[in-house]
Design a protein around this ligand. Structure first.
Ligand code: ASN
Ligand code: ZN
Length: 334
């Protein structure tokens, strides 16, 4: 018989107070999601390998919102896994990473002061470090969506993690990470076009990445395609597709959304009119799952997204025209 479902509450570090679907055990509760394929959250206890230990709790009230409490990172991770699962299910009609209902395991407290998070296909796990000084776990919602989406890419187009396809792989994770954040509609972690804006990865309060104008990171992310962009680190060549996604969603030029200022220039000063993030997300997902292959490059991605837009909205639709305009804006031209 299935273990009894329970509903607990969590005090997260980044997303305020959240509801958590948990499981009743003989002695209390476990952080095993009773409604999303049994997705569990485990404590690595600062080791860098192993399956970890499933979090348990006596009263189904988890964490205290601060990094000093061992459960807090688990709350954020479990919430991120749940929100990402729901985004794929409700928005993209995908039943988990492999579309087979199998749930990933979220592992927290990896190593000590580790400033990264990662997906691993083989163990089907999302793993989070605790960040600098073990104070800023990498468990923000958009990071959870990013890492989970690496699993989805692996299960679909399987974009090679180098060259231009690697940039597309990274951008796919950023695009869906952002989409998860918007879809969660969380008052403490509002939708934006920034990645990791709450994890303070650089120690100066700035986000990890910017989709409106990727070069805002000051680290070399590309705003526009050029020959050789594929020689950049995949987290920088991703800039071209992140910028495409912003242009397609919101259009070119400056604007404020939810109190965040964005600037989105085009390579040639052309104007792009956005179609909204919901349609942009559908187009990217259709392209990823129907047309991208492991070696798709930026020009291939243009063709694939044009086909996806034609399938979804018609070949002569405003949406298809916006796709062409947004690629032209980032210097990907036929
Ligand atoms: N957090 C990084 C990422 O998902 C880890 C990596 O470099 N693969 O991109
Ligand atoms: Zn990534």
């Amino acid at each position: 018989a299935a273990a009894p479902a329970a509903v607990g509450t969590g005090a997260s570090q980044y997303s305020g107070s959240v509801s958590l679907n948990t499981t009743k055990t003989s002695s209390g509760f476990s952080l095993v999601d009773s409604v999303r394929g049994g997705s569990s959250t485990v404590d690595l206890k600062h080791k860098t390998s192993g399956n970890g230990t499933v979090f348990t709790d006596a009263d189904n009230k988890w964490g205290n919102g601060l990094p000093g409490n061992n459960q807090t990172a688990a709350v954020d991770a479990a919430y991120g896994a749940a929100q990402t699962w729901d985004f794929y299910k409700n928005v993209l009609h995908r039943n988990g990473i492999k579309n087979d209902g199998r749930a990933p395991v979220s592992r927290v407290h990896y190593g000590s002061a580790y400033q990264n998070a990662f997906w691993d296909d083989q163990s089907f796990t999302i793993t989070y470090g605790d960040g600098a000084g073990n104070q800023h776990a990498l468990t923000q919602l958009d990071v959870a969506g990013h890492e989970f989406s690496h699993g989805v890419t692996s299960a679909t187009a399987d974009l090679q993690y180098s060259g231009e396809s690697g940039g597309l792989n990274e951008a796919t994770s950023d695009i869906f990470g952002t989409a998860v954040e918007w879809n969660a509609n969380n008052a403490q972690d509002k939708g934006d076009y920034l990645l990791g804006e709450k994890i303070d990865i650089f120690g100066n309060g700035k986000p990890l990445r910017y989709q409106d104008k990727p070069s805002k990171d000051g680290r070399g992310s590309a705003d526009y395609w050029s020959a050789g962009v594929g020689n950049l680190d995949v987290h920088y060549s991703s800039g071209v597709a992140n910028h495409f996604f912003y242009l397609l969603s919101e259009g070119s030029g400056a604007k404020d959304i939810n109190g965040v200022h964005y600037d989105s220039p085009t390579v040639d000063g052309s104007t792009v009119t956005g179609i909204g993030r919901d349609k942009a997300v559908q187009i990217w997902y259709k392209a990823l799952t129907a047309y991208f292959t492991s070696t798709t490059d930026y020009h291939g991605a243009r063709e694939a997204t044009l086909k996806a837009a034609a399938d979804l909205y018609g070949a002569n639709s405003a949406e298809a025209k916006a796709v062409a305009a947004a690629w032209a804006g980032v210097n990907v031209k036929p």
